[in-house]
Design a binder for this molecule. Sequence first.
Ligand SMILES: Cc1cc2nc3c(=O)[nH]c(=O)nc-3n(C[C@H](O)[C@H](O)[C@H](O)COP(=O)(O)OP(=O)(O)OC[C@H]3O[C@@H](n4cnc5c(N)ncnc54)[C@H](O)[C@@H]3O)c2cc1C
Length: 512
Amino acid sequence: MLRYRHVIRLLQRRSYSSGAANSGSPGGDKSGEEDSHPIRRTLRLLGNDMRKVKEFFVPKDPEPEQERIPTQSKFKFTGERERDPTLADDFQTHCDVLIIGGGAVGSSIAYWLKEKARDGLNVVVVEKDDTYAQSATRVSVGGLCQQFSLPENIQMSLFAAEFLRGANQHFGQDVPLHFTPHGHLMLAGEEHAESLMRSSQLQNEFGARNELLTADRLEARFPWLNTKGIVLGCLGLEKEGWFNPLALLSNLRRSASGYGGHFVSGRVVDFEFVPQTDISVVGHAGSNEANYTGLNKAVIQLPDGTLRTCKFALCVIAAGTNSGQVARLARIGVGPGMLRIPLPIDARKRYMYAISSQAQSAPGMTMPMTMDPSGIFIRRDGLGGNYICGQDSTEESHGQEVDSQYFDQHIRPKLAERVPSLGEAQLVDSWAGSYDQNVYNENGIIGPHPYYHNLYIATGFSGHGVQQSLAVGRAVSELIMDGQFRTIDLSRLSFDRLIVDQPMYELNNVLS
Ligand SMILES: Cc1cc2nc3c(=O)[nH]c(=O)nc-3n(C[C@H](O)[C@H](O)[C@H](O)COP(=O)(O)OP(=O)(O)OC[C@H]3O[C@@H](n4cnc5c(N)ncnc54)[C@H](O)[C@@H]3O)c2cc1C
């Protein structure tokens, strides 16, 4: 009996001490034993419930900025009508920035502006064809490389590589840009070997990584390559490859919309002007300085044919091959004085072919995007003996129709010379598209128009526009919001070089 009392006392002491621990500290019930005292048990359960209620209502400390992972949900689009159902439609009659052209360049400008300014700027993009059937961005093959001779072009492509690497941070998770990292190989004969060498040095100084290979080393490395007439090759070692341009475009559009940007289906068919006596243009020969007339509104033709106007504070022309015509609506190229100088953009056609070969000696996985001095380029496409090759037209040429003779007449002979195992390759598919060629000096034109106080230009990327679109968008957003370039200084690519006649030639005008 004594023994039993002792055991009961022991149990009581233990349950008392466990109850005391529970009431004193939330984590006190470490023993896992149940407290059988009804009042203490009720109090403990109530305490737990109160703690849960408190956790629910009292906000936790915010997570540090760098730990926040962006998700798709932050880009949920809410148009004006969704925000305010009383509005008749989403059409913006006024805006801060009107962007003409919603291809990679226009959408990138909208993305960067909205990403920085959010509700601080009303940004409207007018795109005449939401299917992008004729847009260069849609037919582009998304090549990315740094093998340029101008620091600006090298830096823009380096930025694209950096951006694409961190695309999830910018666009949200699961971004299917399908970036395939792979070096580009630019080949040069006697005539261009020295400039290839100089450019390679410059590219590496700016942070690109590529190596020069003599003809012997090229042959050893790429046994499928015929080095006849080749003196040197420059092979990209990192930050190069190709990606899906349409996926980039849709991510830029979706993100810009998610931040509150407006994409309007319609074609800009005219501008309305307004005399502004408070502005005088100095050095504008042939016109009265007191008679400045500024751009005020864009006239937009909607898909149903109706015309509406949108008044803007600033306008950006990013209309690809159509930029010269849009500029003419603003009297650029047809007005007096400095307005006499046109925006020198033409359409230039690029022919693309998909070919296939199962030849034993055909290039395999290690084949880089190879650019031949003859003007043709070729890269593998996937893993099954498929390749993409092509060539640019050298004359102004529009449209997307492919000349069926062109491959056999102009490309196959050059291909057979450089990669003999592909001389008999089967032609599987073909397509063509036109890009925005700057016929003055084959480089982008970025920045303010020297006459108009409220007009910016971003076009003429001459076959490199998709990879440059990210840096161009950021640069134009800097000009608009900060009044100057903050990251890459692109001032040498301004329209002013046309006025002072200082062309900026890209020596390695690569087919990327
Ligand atoms: C076959 C091919 C392959 C290419 N490969 C590469 C490559 O590998 N790498 C690379 O970097 N670049 C490449 N390019 C070049 C690149 O595609 C272009 O430089 C780039 O897409 C230009 O983008 P953008 O937005 O200026 O023009 P676009 O994509 O043409 O967009 C301009 C938009 O403006 C719209 N628009 C025009 N006028 C009006 C108007 N009045 N009102 C409203 N909207 C208007 C058009 O509908 C169009 O959607 C290639 C081009 C082609 C044709």
